[in-house]
Design a protein around this ligand. Structure first.
Ligand code: FPP
Length: 253
């Protein structure tokens, strides 16, 4: 089954054909460029984040429609606390607003809303909204919208190691049992497949502490488009490119 999509590449319109039988199961996105988008328009940075929420809306809807199973969005990293207080507060406010405003629509789309990261450090209102959103959608069967909040790949690995060490000390597991599968059970992403593709917007080509363990064999896709301008056509283009890559996982064909 094909999904034909018109993409404006800048010079001419091109039709790309997405294979609906080969949709990546897990897409992870580093949503970058909100600040630069706002600066370009001579607006305060927070306007860029507000516009970024609109892009989230569109991309969640399109991912759902295409049958993506997991969509992980890097919404707030462990390093983002270094930003000015006002910007951090706006991001937290936008999260609460998004969960409140979008809940009915997401639920109607059969979406499961969950998070990865240490949410215990977020304002209580954010924690409550996230827990409620999860409890009220956990029985849905559609897209898992995974919001990475106060998330850092290194701190995730440190916390997994500490918990494994504790279980070793308590005799719950033995050293011989520790392997890659066991480690995965102690990560926030326990039970989820690794991302098939990591998308980063706004031109940077780095991981920025995102899903360090999980992206061992993920395909990377970069675009200069800033997150607030990222549309469903761009998502389709990323999926199209992904479908034309040769994934060998270190082996040969
Ligand atoms: C990166 O752009 C973006 C973020 C750090 C935050 C992403 C958050 C949102 C899109 C909205 C809030 C989230 C939810 C889930 C409702 P940047 O500020 O680093 O951009 P810059 O590199 O151009 O400065």
């Amino acid at each position: 089954m094909k999904n034909i999509f018109g993409v404006n590449t800048g010079s001419e319109d091109t039709n790309i054909e997405i294979d609906l039988n080969n949709i990546p199961k897990h897409i992870a996105i580093i949503m970058d460029g909100n600040g630069r988008w706002a600066k370009q328009k001579k607006l305060p940075r927070t306007f860029g984040h507000k516009a970024g929420v609109e892009a989230i809306r569109e991309i969640v809807k399109e991912s759902s429609r295409l049958g993506v199973k997991y969509l992980t969005l890097y919404a707030f990293s462990t390093e983002n606390w270094k930003r000015p207080k006002e910007e951090v507060n706006t991001l937290m406010k936008l999260l609460v607003e998004y969960l409140k405003k979008e809940f009915n629509e997401l639920n109607a789309q059969n979406v499961i809303i969950r998070s990865i990261g240490d949410i215990s450090k977020l304002p209580i209102i954010c924690q409550e909204q996230l827990i409620d959103a999860y409890n009220n959608t956990k029985n849905n069967s559609g897209l898992v919208l995974n919001l990475a909040l106060n998330y850092g790949g290194r701190s995730e690995i440190v916390s997994a190691l500490k918990n494994i060490y504790k279980e070793l000390q308590e005799g719950k597991i033995s050293l011989d049992e520790v392997n890659e599968d066991i480690i995965e059970n102690y990560l926030y992403t326990k039970g989820m497949p690794d991302p098939d593709i990591i998308i980063r917007t706004a031109g940077e080509q780095r991981l920025s502490n995102f899903l360090l363990w999980q992206c061992a064999y993920s395909e990377f896709w970069y675009t200069n488009v800033k997150w607030p301008d990222f549309k469903k056509e761009h998502l389709n283009m990323a999926i199209y490119d992904y479908q034309n890559r040769d994934r060998r996982y270190g082996g040969i064909k």
